[in-house]
Design a protein around this ligand. Structure first.
Ligand SMILES: [Zn+2]
Length: 216
């Protein structure tokens, strides 16, 4: 079997999605790119999370053609591949319909940034892309358009849900968890009154500190 370690990693990261309540039933998916071969490991289409295993992950090439796997790959495969082809620094892509973030997507509005923790992770609001149909690479094209030049590793897609990218699949999963947490807090704050915005200058300082100084 090809790419056994990456299969295992992608399988294990899939389990984080229901664990963090980012997905229900078979919804959502994630993929990782093997930087050496350029091949992509992705979730099989329409399979419940409890039934996933390292062995039933699907390996596709950068054009979405199945290289190894008995099952059909995710219906978002063409969009994942489009993102990998156009964002060479990205090696992980996650898609969810997580509840709070997707509520903003229903309005076609960016997720506003009112808190330092969100400024750390995303550098400001989480941008919202336009409407795109599922199945082809239209979603991927819109994700690339919205995230290119943005500090945010996450965007929401109008009427749909969340897409995140990362230099690894784990980083993309982290962005998906943080995006939902940020969306929930912003939503609660909006119920309480009028949240206080953070100035652009402070957004920049917060993001710079977090991405250069924070951590070990
Ligand atoms: Zn979706």
């Amino acid at each position: 079997m090809m790419l056994p370690k990456l299969r295992e990693e992608v399988y294990k990261l899939h389990l984080e999605l229901p664990r963090h309540q980012l997905v229900v039933w078979t919804m959502g998916n994630l993929s990782a790119r093997d930087p050496d071969s350029g091949l992509i490991v992705i979730k099989p289409s329409g399979v419940r999370y409890e039934a996933l295993s390292p062995a039933n992950m699907v390996i596709v090439d950068l054009d979405g053609k199945v290289v190894e796997g008995a099952l059909k790959p995710s219906s978002d495969t063409a969009s994942h591949c489009y993102i990998y082809r156009h964002m060479p620094h990205v090696n992980g892509v996650v898609h969810t319909h997580s509840r709070y973030a997707t509520a903003f997507a229903a309005l076609g509005q960016p997720i506003p940034c009112f808190l330092t923790g969100m400024a750390d992770e995303f550098g400001g609001p989480i941008p919202c892309g336009g409407f795109a149909l599922i199945g082809g690479e239209e979603i991927g094209r819109e994700v690339v358009r919205v995230l290119t030049g943005s500090k945010s590793p996450a965007c929401i897609m109008q009427n749909h849900g969340v897409f995140t990218v990362g230099k690894s699949a784990e980083a993309a999963v982290k962005a998906a968890v943080m995006a939902e947490d940020s969306a929930a807090t912003s939503w609660y704050a909006l119920q309480l009154g009028t949240p206080i915005p953070i100035s652009d200058e402070n957004l920049e300082k917060l993001h710079l500190r977090y991405t250069t100084v924070y951590g070990q």
